[in-house]
Design a protein around this ligand. Sequence first.
Ligand code: NAG
Ligand code: NAG
Ligand code: NAG
Ligand code: NAG
Ligand code: NAG
Length: 274
Amino acid sequence: SLTNSLLPSLADKSTGLTTAVSWIRANLATPATNVTLLLAGNEILPSPDPNLILSLLPAMRRLAQALKSEGFPSIRVSTPHYLGILAPSDGIPTNATFRAGYNTKLFPSMPQFHRETKPPFMVNPYPYFSYNPQTLNYTLFRPNARIYDPATKLNYTSMFEAQMDAIYTAMVKLGYGDVEVAIGEAGWPTQAEADQVGVGVKEAQDFNEGMLRVCSSGKGTPLMPNRTFETYLFSLFDENQKPGPVDERHFGLFNPDFTPVYDLRLLTDGKGSV
Ligand SMILES: *[C@@H]1O[C@H](CO)[C@@H](O)[C@H](O)[C@H]1NC(C)=O
Ligand SMILES: *[C@@H]1O[C@H](CO)[C@@H](O)[C@H](O)[C@H]1NC(C)=O
Ligand SMILES: *[C@@H]1O[C@H](CO)[C@@H](O)[C@H](O)[C@H]1NC(C)=O
Ligand SMILES: *[C@@H]1O[C@H](CO)[C@@H](O)[C@H](O)[C@H]1NC(C)=O
Ligand SMILES: *[C@@H]1O[C@H](CO)[C@@H](O)[C@H](O)[C@H]1NC(C)=O
């Protein structure tokens, strides 16, 4: 993936394409790598820097153009969005829309880019940052009272599926329901502050297994049945050097010394090896 700070130079009208070509030659022209997806920055839209936000789509277009001219037509260009691209809502999927400002400035040109070039539209749904003790079962794919969506008469058994269908609904309302959706990153930590309810190995396992079941089993979501979603689990390793709160260092499946933190059964042969 490309760091956020590179985007303005890639977006530049006169030199952006040259910058994109140089970056591709320096980073992708090694035969040992098989890159299939290039991510332009990460969660750009909440940035306080309007120049960075306005750079995003032009930078993605230049990268896609340069990939084609450099002989990598199968590498796709996308960017992971935070869930705040949606207007605040009550958690009922059919009430979702993109946030008002984004609607006119970046949307629908962003989904239009995805429709034309075919990479998935990527979001980072983090039920971890939206749960409370009352919604924990719903968040962790455990038996719960479900959320009923009166408009579709569908029941939701997990917050993750409701968030995915909220994104889908917002896309449909703009006329882009055909654009594929993927998960840029999502996960659950195994440790947090001592008084936080809902964090531990069992919780991380239940969340990640539930998410992978929705994304890879072919079950899909209530509004996107029978589909699979490309998913990037956050994360492979605990990050013992990362600053900030305890949970930020404990999203990993493995410790920094390669020993497993827990066994994500869906990914393994049951003997602990991935
Ligand atoms: C690169 O990855 C794609 C998608 O996973 C696969 O189809 C292709 O065969 C791979 N190419 C090489 C050279 O490994
Ligand atoms: C969550 O599920 C457990 C086990 O079924 C149940 O005992 C508990 O009351 C539920 N919590 C809430 C807040 O509904
Ligand atoms: C959500 O949608 C329902 C109908 O499906 C409507 O009654 C409700 O007012 C909506 N809520 C919001 C916050 O828009
Ligand atoms: C959704 O839940 C309601 C209330 O529990 C139930 O009456 C209804 O049959 C369910 N709908 C579907 C499609 O499962
Ligand atoms: C999804 O798959 C089920 C079971 O194979 C099938 O009955 C259903 O019609 C499919 N739904 C869609 C929308 O393709």
